[in-house]
Design a protein around this ligand. Structure first.
Ligand SMILES: *Cc1c(COP(=O)(O)O)cnc(C)c1O
Length: 416
């Protein structure tokens, strides 16, 4: 019997049930992944016991012999991997990292320009319900309705008109390559800072399947737990000239003690990300996603922008007449986990939008390849066709379980 099972059988059981679900379902949420056993071990280590306010060599607590070394290793690995001057590995998450990036460069009341949430941007890019829109005036660029691609001309026009002090590029639901160079040019023209948020695509950047924003952005912000496949956390990367401002914005600006257990696990994930295996994984994510997109197109699904260059697909369900939430729920019953999402210019309310967002990082980590990606697309088609037929959904569920059994996930807890 494990200690956890003995001390807290309720939580033990729930964690095991979650583990079993992660193992026998197909997880298509594009921001999710499976970390390695090594990353999990580091993040569950004794470092959770520590306080280490400050930075290596400049802490406000004693006993930092090992925490200093751990944070230094993490920073150095990220510096080399992303080829960037300075790295801060302390942000608790991507959202806090973005807030710290803004706090480092601009003042409350200044104007920022980001991508509209409804077109794939993130809440923290100045969206109405986010604190970022209370602290800053926000202007939004959108997709070109004809192509489904970012409208760079519109972004340039809006930048000239509104003169933002900071432009944030990067997305949470955009299936194409982002032209960071174009954003760098636009920012320069209007004298704005550029923040590139690569929360979703950091692993693709490291793996060489998406261009890096590092040469073009003042600050690059990322999560560590999406395609980068580390523990839940955030990082900020910047040019040397912004290093002090960035560090001060994170601590003491926004945060207290860094989560050293997370930072140790980030270091492990960065070591893994520097391998040839990881580059193969990044390439396979994109190949799997393209295979899935093709199979969906063959079955009459409309995809925003007509396809994908990266790890995610945004299905516009309007021609199928099925609301996104209804399909997402039916897929969940079939063992395929996705999320409903707005599509650009969606007339439906955000709580019941017409899109479905899916992605391939987690299935790729499990070792699935193009044939499995195509098979999953066919299951999505079958569930959509049989949306009100529970026996169809049940038969897909059975096949999903059989496939999952062939592609084991990293085990952490022991299944009962
Ligand atoms: C996920 C995401 C974030 C936020 O990360 P959290 O760790 O959930 O706070 C920020 N920006 C983008 C583009 C994201 O996709």
């Amino acid at each position: 019997m494990s200690v956890l099972e003995h001390i807290d059988p309720v939580i033990y059981r729930l964690i095991n049930q979650e583990q079993a679900m992660q193992s026998d379902c197909i997880r298509l949420i594009p921001s999710e992944n499976y970390v390695s056993k090594a990353v999990m071990e580091a993040s569950a280590s004794c470092l959770t016991n520590r306080y280490a306010e400050g930075y290596p060599g400049k802490r406000y607590y004693e006993g930092q012999h090992f925490t200093d070394q751990i944070e230094t290793v993490a920073r150095e690995r990220a510096r080399q991997l992303f080829k960037v001057d300075h790295v801060n590995v302390q942000p608790y998450s991507g959202s806090v990292a973005n807030m710290a990036a803004y706090a480092a460069l601009i003042e409350p009341g200044d104007t920022i320009m980001g991508m509209s949430l409804a077109h794939g941007g993130h809440l923290t890019h100045g969206w109405k319900v986010s604190l970022t829109s209370k602290f800053f005036k926000a202007v939004y660029y959108t997709l070109d309705p004809a192509t489904g691609l970012i409208d760079y001309d519109l972004a340039e026009r809006l930048a000239k008109e509104h003169r933002p002090r900071l432009i944030v590029c990067g997305a949470t639901a955009y299936p194409r390559i982002i032209d960071f160079e174009a954003f760098g040019r636009i920012a320069k023209q209007v004298g704005a800072y550029l923040v590139a948020d690569i929360a979703h695509i950091a692993g693709l950047v490291v793996g060489g399947v998406h261009p890096s924003p590092v040469p073009h952005a003042d600050i690059v912000s990322t999560t560590t737990h999406k395609t980068l496949r580390g523990p839940r956390g955030g990082m900020l990367m910047c040019k040397a000239e912004h290093a002090t401002k960035v560090d001060r914005a994170v601590f003491p600006g926004l945060q207290g003690g860094p989560h050293m257990h997370t930072i140790s696990a980030i270091a492990v994930a960065l070591k893994e990300a520097a391998t040839a295996d990881f580059a193969r994984y990044a390439r396979q994510i994109v190949s799997n996603c393209k295979a899935m997109a093709e199979a969906l197109l063959e079955r009459g699904f409309n995809l925003v922008s007509g396809g994908t260059d990266n790890h995610l697909i945004l299905i516009d369900l309007r021609n199928k007449g099925i609301p996104g939430k209804k399909l997402a729920r039916a897929l969940d019953r079939a063992g395929i986990i996705s999320n409903y999402n707005t599509v650009p210019n969606d007339p439906a309310p955000p709580m019941n939008p017409n899109g479905l967002r899916i992605g391939t990082p987690a299935i790729t980590t499990r070792g699935m390849k193009e044939p499995q990606a195509r098979q999953i697309a066919l299951w999505i088609h079958r569930v959509a066709e049989g949306i009100d037929n529970e026996s169809v959904i049940e038969s897909v569920r059975k096949e999903v379980k059989e496939l999952c059994a062939q592609f084991p996930v990293p085990e952490v807890f022991v299944n009962p």
